[in-house]
Design a protein around this ligand. Structure first.
Ligand code: COA
Length: 164
């Protein structure tokens, strides 16, 4: 079955990379979708995020994974690309009610998509893209949060970062 793993990925983190690797083993094909969450202000352009995710996929050698940007309803994307299921990561109980609402909406939209949830690995439960953005805006970037090419792209966008 073909699955879609959508997110803002602003920026992609090591937690996202782990999800992509694990989901790629569960489905015949995986489409990683750089989608728009209207509530979030972007730091990296969608094109940059697509390029960084492609880099992660190539570095991991994942032959069944592709990346696309999409600026519309995820249900429409899934229908147009014949994805039968959505994948989302859950880091902790705090993510559950938000994810349940989204999964319910995607069930009642015309494509009637189910969502499969993967639990984050323990080392990534406190990691989030907005935490990375906040730290980067203050000129720092602790190691172990994002892949190296993502760190370089953040420096290009925001100036030199003290990597500690
Ligand atoms: N490791 C680390 N962090 C993780 C993670 C993991 N395994 N899994 C999730 N996260 C974090 C992300 O970093 C992100 O952090 P942030 O909130 O600080 O930015 C957060 O969990 C979840 O964000 P993300 O996965 O990027 O999704 P989102 O909530 O920003 O957006 C979309 C979800 C884009 C899929 C959704 O808005 C969407 O489908 N948009 C298209 C329009 C649409 O169809 N809307 C209707 C849906 S109801």
């Amino acid at each position: 079955m073909k699955a879609a793993y959508a997110g803002s990925f602003d920026p992609p983190t090591l937690g996202h990379a782990d999800m992509i690797v694990r989901a790629s083993r569960l489905f015949t094909d995986l489409l990683v979708v750089v989608a728009t969450n209207g509530a979030k202000k972007g730091m990296l352009s969608p094109e940059t995020r697509v390029g960084l995710l492609k880099g992660i996929i190539s570095q991991e050698g994942l032959a069944n994974v592709e990346v696309e940007a999409w600026d519309g309803l995820l249900a429409d994307f899934a229908r147009s690309r014949e994805c039968g299921v959505l994948v989302r990561g859950i880091r902790s109980g705090d993510d559950l009610s938000y994810e349940r609402t989204m999964a319910s909406m995607n069930r009642i939209l015309p494509a009637a998509l189910d969502t499969v949830f993967l639990l984050s690995r323990p080392e990534y439960v406190d990691l989030s893209s907005s935490a990375v953005r906040q730290i980067v805006e203050l000129g720092r970037l602790p190691r172990g949060l994002v892949p190296e090419p993502v760190a370089k792209a953040l420096e290009m966008a925001c100036g030199p970062l003290l990597q500690i």
